[in-house]
Every structure is written in structure tokens, then in C-alpha cells.
Design a protein around this ligand. Structure first.
Ligand SMILES: [Zn+2]
Ligand SMILES: [Zn+2]
Length: 92
């Protein structure tokens, strides 16, 4: 078997290439390759993507909390208006 034709891992020179990273186009070994969204990625590229994806999730969580707070305020406002109307009707 001629190993000179097989590209070695970009991160492990001694290891045989297993997959091609779709982000940086580097040949990576089985250990370095990670299939994510059906596409092969090397570890550094996956870490980079994870670092980009994390703040978005945090922002999404904050938007969710803002929506919950807005709904609570709306409900509180309606309850206040309702109790005010009840008080007004009792005075009559
Ligand atoms: Zn990569
Ligand atoms: Zn490797």
C-alpha cells in the first residue's frame, strides 16, 4: 500500500487522513473529524462555529425573557384596569 498518495491529518502529521473539513478544506483524521449538520468539520472549525453560535442562543434566551416580561406587564395592566373598573362599579 502506497501511503504517499494518502494525505495525512492536518493536526496529526503521523495519522492518515479520514475526512475533508468543509470549512478550511484541510484533511483531518478520524479523531479530528466531526460530522455536524451532515458536513465534516475539523475540531478548530467546530470550536469556531460553537463560539459564534453560543451568543446567538443567549440573545434568543433574552428575547424570550423580554417577551415573558412584556406579557406579564400586559396582564398586570389588564388586571389593574379590571380591578379599577370593579371598584368604580362598586361605588355606584
Ligand atoms: Zn476546518
Ligand atoms: Zn487528527
Amino acid at each position: 500500500m502506497d501511503t504517499s498518495l494518502v494525505q495525512s491529518c492536518a493536526h496529526h502529521p503521523g495519522r492518515r487522513g479520514f475526512a475533508l473539513c468543509m470549512s478550511c478544506r484541510k484533511v483531518v483524521c478520524q479523531e479530528c473529524a466531526t460530522t455536524w449538520d451532515g458536513v465534516n468539520h475539523c475540531r478548530p472549525c467546530l470550536a469556531e462555529r460553537g463560539a459564534i453560535a453560543a451568543p446567538r442562543q443567549r440573545i434568543g434566551r433574552w428575547i424570550g425573557w423580554a417577551v415573558v416580561c412584556a406579557l406579564l406587564l400586559l396582564a398586570a395592566g389588564r388586571a389593574m384596569a379590571w380591578s379599577a373598573a370593579m371598584l368604580a362599579s362598586h361605588q355606584w
